[in-house]
Design a protein around this ligand. Structure first.
Ligand SMILES: Cc1cc2nc3c(=O)[nH]c(=O)nc-3n(C[C@H](O)[C@H](O)[C@H](O)COP(=O)(O)OP(=O)(O)OC[C@H]3O[C@@H](n4cnc5c(N)ncnc54)[C@H](O)[C@@H]3O)c2cc1C
Length: 410
C-alpha cells in the first residue's frame, strides 16, 4: 500500500474543511483534503441547497483570506432583521443603518459558496485534494498521525501527517476513530428548507418568526427569491415534506402570514433532523476537531458555520505561531491544548445559549420573551448584540484570532 506524508491532513472537504485548507495557504504547508463525496456532485452534503447567513466575523475572515469579493458577489445583504411572534401583535426591527454598518450579514446558498471555495482551492499549489475517498482508519502516535484512505475502487493509501484535522461533520467517523465521544440529544424537530418566490420584494429583510412549533426564518436570496428554514415537529416532518407544492406553500403561508404577499414557485425541499451534538474533547494525540465534528447546533440558530469558522481562525492562528515563531511542531500537545483552551469557552457557551433559546420558544416569561425579541439571527448578525451578550453573560473574553479580526495570517 502506498504512503505519503503531509504537514496537515484535513478529513472532510465540506464548508469548514475547505475553508481551513484555504486559510492555511499563506503558511506554505503541505496539506491534503480528503473528501468522501465527488466534488460539485449534486449529492455533496455540505454544499447543498441550504442558505447560510454569514456573520460579520465570517465576513472579516473571508476578507482577510482575499475571498470576500467573490463571495459577496454571490450573496445577498441583510439590511434589516425583522423578528415577530405568531399569535402576538408587534414585532422588533434591527436595521443595518442604525448599527452603522453596510449589512447585518450576508446570505449565500451553500452550493454557490461551495463553487467559490472549490474554485479557489483548485488554484492552490500546496493542497492535494483526495476525492472521492473516505478515511476508514486512523492511527495516532506521538511522532505522527496516519489516516487510511479508501478510494471508490477499494484501493487504499496511507497518509501520514504532523496534524490530522477532523472536519467530517456532525456524524464524524474520524472523531470516533480519534477515540472522542460526542453527546447527542434530539430536539424532536426537523428543519425543512428550500426557497420560494414572494409576491412582494423582500427588500433585503431577514424575517424570523416564532411559531408554536419553533422558529421560521425567511431570508433574502438572489433573483428576488427567499430561502426558508421552517422548524416542524419530527412527527409532522414526513407529512409536510410529502405535501404537494400548493398545499406546502399554503401551510407555510399560514405560519408566516402575508407580510410578503402570496408565496409561489417553491423550489426543491429538504429536511434535516435537529440534533445537538457536543464532542467531549476537542483534541487527541496529533489531531483536532473543528466545525460540526466538534459541535452540531440547532440549525435555525444560523450559527453553526460561523462558529466553525471561528474554530478555523483559532487553529490557523495556533499553527501560524508555531510555524513562524517557535520550533515546536504543528501537532505538538502544547499547540493542541492552546487551541482547545481557546475554543472551549466559545463553543460551550454558544451551545448552551442556542440550546437554551430553542427550549424557551414556548416560554411566556417576560425576560425570556425580551431575549427572544433579539432573535437568533439578531444575536449573531448584529454587531454589539453578540459582543454585549458575550461580554456580560457569556464571559467570552480574551484575544480574538487574527483571521476573526480580519487580519491576514501572514
Ligand atoms: C437547515 C440548516 C441551516 C443552517 N443555516 C446556517 C446559517 O444560516 N448560518 C450558519 O452559520 N450555519 C448554518 N447551518 C449550520 C452549517 O450548515 C454547518 O455548521 C456547516 O455546514 C458545518 O460544516 P462542516 O464542514 O463542519 O460539516 P459538513 O457540512 O457536514 O461537511 C462534512 C464533510 O465531510 C465529508 N465526510 C464525512 N465523512 C468522511 C470521511 N470518513 N472521509 C472523508 N470525508 C468525509 C462529507 O462528505 C462532507 O463533505 C445550518 C445547518 C442546517 C442543517
Amino acid at each position: 500500500m502506498s504512503s505519503k506524508h503531509y504537514d496537515i491532513v484535513i478529513a472532510g472537504g465540506g464548508m469548514i474543511g475547505t475553508s481551513l485548507a484555504l486559510a492555511l495557504e499563506p503558511l506554505g504547508l503541505s496539506v491534503a483534503v480528503v473528501e468522501a463525496i465527488p466534488r460539485r456532485a449534486a449529492a455533496q452534503p455540505s454544499f447543498d441547497d441550504r442558505s447560510t447567513a454569514l456573520s460579520r466575523s465570517t465576513q472579516r475572515m473571508f476578507e482577510a483570506m482575499g475571498l470576500w469579493p467573490r463571495i459577496v458577489a454571490a450573496s445577498t445583504p441583510i439590511r434589516t432583521v425583522h423578528v415577530s411572534d405568531q399569535g402576538r401583535f408587534g414585532f422588533s426591527h434591527i436595521e443595518a443603518e442604525e448599527q452603522g454598518v453596510e449589512a447585518l450579514g450576508y446570505v449565500v446558498i451553500n452550493r454557490v459558496l461551495g463553487a467559490v471555495l472549490q474554485d479557489a482551492l483548485d488554484d492552490l499549489e500546496g493542497v492535494d485534494i483526495i476525492c472521492p475517498a473516505r478515511i476508514v482508519d486512523v492511527e495516532l502516535a506521538p511522532d505522527k498521525a496516519a489516516a487510511e484512505v479508501e478510494f471508490a475502487d477499494g484501493k487504499q493509501q496511507t497518509l501520514t501527517c504532523d496534524l490530522l484535522v477532523a472536519s467530517d461533520g456532525a456524524n464524524s467517523a474520524v472523531r470516533e476513530m480519534m477515540g472522542i465521544t460526542a453527546q447527542k440529544s434530539h430536539y424532536g424537530q426537523c428543519a425543512v428548507i428550500g426557497n420560494l418566490l414572494p409576491e412582494k420584494d423582500i427588500n433585503n429583510v431577514a424575517y424570523e418568526r416564532f411559531t408554536e412549533q419553533g422558529p421560521l426564518a425567511i431570508l433574502p436570496v438572489a433573483d428576488g427569491r427567499a430561502g426558508f428554514v421552517w422548524t416542524v415537529s419530527e412527527d409532522d416532518a414526513d407529512r409536510v415534506m410529502a405535501l404537494d407544492d400548493d398545499a406546502f406553500l399554503a401551510e407555510l403561508q399560514e405560519q408566516f402570514g402575508y407580510r410578503l404577499g402570496t408565496f409561489s414557485k417553491v423550489g426543491k425541499r429538504a429536511s434535516y433532523p435537529l440534533i445537538l451534538s457536543k464532542a467531549l474533547r476537542l483534541t487527541a494525540t496529533r489531531s483536532v476537531l473543528i466545525g460540526n465534528s466538534a459541535h452540531g447546533l440547532h440549525p435555525v440558530s444560523a450559527q453553526g458555520f460561523n462558529l466553525g469558522m471561528r474554530d478555523v481562525a483559532a487553529i490557523v492562528d495556533c499553527i501560524a505561531d508555531s510555524v513562524t515563531g517557535t520550533d515546536i511542531d504543528i501537532g505538538h500537545r502544547s499547540l493542541l491544548e492552546q487551541y482547545s483552551r481557546w475554543r472551549r469557552a466559545d463553543q460551550k457557551k454558544l451551545v448552551r445559549f442556542t440550546d437554551g433559546l430553542v427550549k424557551l420558544f414556548g416560554s411566556e416569561s417576560q425576560p425570556l420573551r425580551a431575549l427572544r425579541n433579539i432573535g437568533m439571527l439578531g444575536f449573531d448578525l448584529v454587531p454589539g448584540v453578540r459582543s454585549a451578550f458575550a461580554k456580560h453573560t457569556m464571559g467570552l473574553a480574551g484575544r480574538l484570532p487574527r483571521l476573526s479580526r480580519g487580519v491576514p495570517i501572514k
